[in-house]
Design a protein around this ligand. Structure first.
Ligand SMILES: C[S@@+](CC[C@H](N)C(=O)[O-])C[C@H]1O[C@@H](n2cnc3c(N)ncnc32)[C@H](O)[C@@H]1O
Length: 166
């Protein structure tokens, strides 16, 4: 997941959606110590635990679909967002919510910046449209239990509907 972020300017903000227990969060903080990290977590217990364990991370207890509002409240200009990574259980979310999350991600990313998503089923993603985001590559992680996939999307210039195909 974190390998897919790539090089970042020092003031670029990394956003993590659905950090849970913070496995990815800790790795991002370790590899990008100079970059602000914002974590948006719905679950109060996880959010508080992250806040206590990683005081430098700006933890927002809220919904990923409201990302633009969260950044606004933190005073962060979306133009500074360098990457969005996500462990959100997108395949289990209601369709309207996943669409709202994809729109929010596309809205905060500038063209060329990545959205990196963890998933257990690459195939199940064929049902989604991700306007303004292009699937660049899928990496199978066989040593994860169960085996998983890391999907890297990239913000494209125009917000046109793009279907995730094979
Ligand atoms: C599979 S877990 C993430 C696993 C994480 N990588 C870890 O190391 O624990 C998914 C997380 O997404 C959070 N989540 C689910 N829906 C959300 C939403 N709409 N907005 C923000 N977080 C959400 C859940 O509370 C949960 O912590």
């Amino acid at each position: 997941m974190v390998n897919a972020i790539g090089p970042l300017d020092d003031d670029a903000v990394v956003i993590e959606l659905g950090p849970g227990t913070g496995v990815f969060t800790r790795e991002v903080a370790h590899r990008y110590p100079a970059n602000p990290l914002v974590a948006v977590e719905f679950n109060q217990v996880f959010a508080e635990s992250l806040r206590c364990g990683m005081p430098k991370v700006r933890v927002v207890e809220g919904c990923a679909s409201r990302l633009i509002g969260h950044l606004d409240q933190l005073g962060i200009d979306p133009a500074r967002v360098g990457a969005v990574i996500s462990g959100l259980p997108v395949l289990s979310l209601q369709r309207g919510l996943s669409s709202a999350i994809f729109s929010a991600i596309a809205e905060v990313l500038t063209p060329g910046r990545p959205y990196i998503q963890f998933t257990y089923s690459r195939r199940a993603w064929r049902r989604f449209d991700l306007p303004g985001l292009r699937l660049e590559r899928t990496l199978a992680v066989w040593f994860n239990m169960p085996p998983a996939n890391v999907m890297t999307f990239r913000r494209v210039g125009a917000a046109s509907p793009i279907t995730v195909g094979d």
